[in-house]
Design a protein around this ligand. Structure first.
Ligand SMILES: Nc1ncnc2c1ncn2[C@@H]1O[C@H](COP(=O)(O)OP(=O)(O)OP(=O)(O)O)[C@@H](O)[C@H]1O
Ligand SMILES: O=P(O)(O)OC[C@H]1O[C@](O)(CO)[C@@H](O)[C@@H]1O
Ligand SMILES: [Mg+2]
Length: 316
């Protein structure tokens, strides 16, 4: 069998580990494996390279994705997908492993309807995919954020300030939630746990009166302007506040061991599924075990609110 692998959407540390495992497991089964460059864009432009054992040597430790990634909004157009599908079929490639987020899964589901055997692997720092406890890249991004919060705490303590830290996640609060818990944040503001400005200002007034040295507030992106919030807190409570937007640094860096292992397990499991002629589904990890679920089930559902939220009322 000939199979192809691509990475799509935002890059995530550990994607390389997943590609490497896809390649090595494919060779184990005697499959021929192609790497598609730059996600669906490369599929449309027929840019693919044949991969062998050595082509993926030394990748395990590297952040980003060596195949490249892209966002291609035109892929929502069926005529565009038909060209991509034709490119695969002309090379005799019958299966495609897509490493990416929910958007990339939608593309894979649509390609499946054109006769390509697709498997999805959750690669995104956002941890926003139903059907998996963790996505590849989440733990590395979390480590980077926690390191940044620890550093911000040093300077905010020295100056007696409140540090507001904006993190990625798109519409998912998991990065903020986990990082906030790890960094001892006073407030964690996410789409699932919206802002209560009155409560923040009252607490900051109390901090000012009792001469507390610092406070940390972690916020998921895309909710409001964190610099304006810092100004408002400073003016309303008297506790000086500053905002930091962490940005793309969160997506880079060497994958932590959890992401190397997750990428390796998921990449290998995806090929196991194809070897059993199972497709139209995505891989996940649940209670430390590999699972797979149909794309439709995963894309139709909302991720349940994280079990860690009740903890905040007791320890923040
Ligand atoms: N409804 C859809 N139909 C077909 N293709 C889609 C659809 N939605 C997204 N895609 C394709 O998948 C690509 C990646 O999607 P998106 O930008 O949402 O990122 P993602 O895979 O969710 O990853 P992340 O959120 O981590 O960046 C899009 O640029 C587009 O090419
Ligand atoms: O790289 P782009 O297109 O600016 O996308 C940024 C988005 O991608 C992610 O890093 C991953 O989905 C989000 O956390 C963020 O909102
Ligand atoms: Mg997404």
């Amino acid at each position: 069998m000939k199979i192809a692998v691509l990475t799509s959407g935002g890059d995530a540390p550990g994607m390389n580990a997943a590609i490497r495992a896809v390649v090595r497991a494919s060779l184990h089964y005697g499959f021929e494996v192609y790497g598609v460059l730059d996600g669906y864009k490369g599929l449309l432009e027929d840019r693919m390279i044949l991969l062998n054992h050595d082509a993926v040597s030394g990748l395990l430790t590297k952040g980003g994705t060596f195949l490249g990634t892209a966002r291609l909004p035109e892929f929502k157009d069926e005529a565009v997908r038909e060209v991509a599908c034709k490119n695969l079929k002309e090379r005799g490639i019958e299966a495609l492993i897509v490493i990416g987020g929910d958007g990339s899964y939608r593309g894979a589901l649509a390609l499946g309807k054109l006769g390509i055997k697709c498997i999805g692997i959750p690669g995104t720092i956002d941890n926003d995919i139903v059907g998996t406890d963790f996505t590849i890249g989440f733990n590395t991004a979390l480590t980077t954020i926690v390191d940044a919060i620890d550093k911000l705490r040093d300077t905010s303590t020295s100056h007696q300030r409140c540090s507001i830290v904006e993190v990625m996640g798109r519409r998912s609060g998991d990065l903020a939630l986990y990082a906030g818990i790890c960094g001892g944040a006073e407030f964690i503001i996410t789409p699932e746990n919206p802002i209560n400005k009155k409560k923040i200002i009252e607490r900051m007034k109390e901090f000012k009166e009792t001469n507390r040295r610092h406070a940390i507030i972690v916020v998921t992106e895309n909710q409001f302007n964190v610099h304006e919030l810092a100004k408002e807190i400073t003016e309303a409570s008297g506790f000086a506040s500053r905002a930091t937007v962490l940005g793309y640094i969160q997506r880079g860096g060497q994958p932590v061991p959890e992401d190397r292992i997750l990428g390796s397990r998921m990449g290998s499991y995806a090929v196991d599924l194809l070897s059993q002629n199972i497709y139209g589904c995505c891989v996940g990890i649940r209670d430390s075990r590999m699972i797979h679920l149909p794309f439709v089930n995963v894309l139709d559902q909302e991720r349940p609110k994280n079990d860690l939220y009740p903890l905040l009322d007791k320890i923040s």
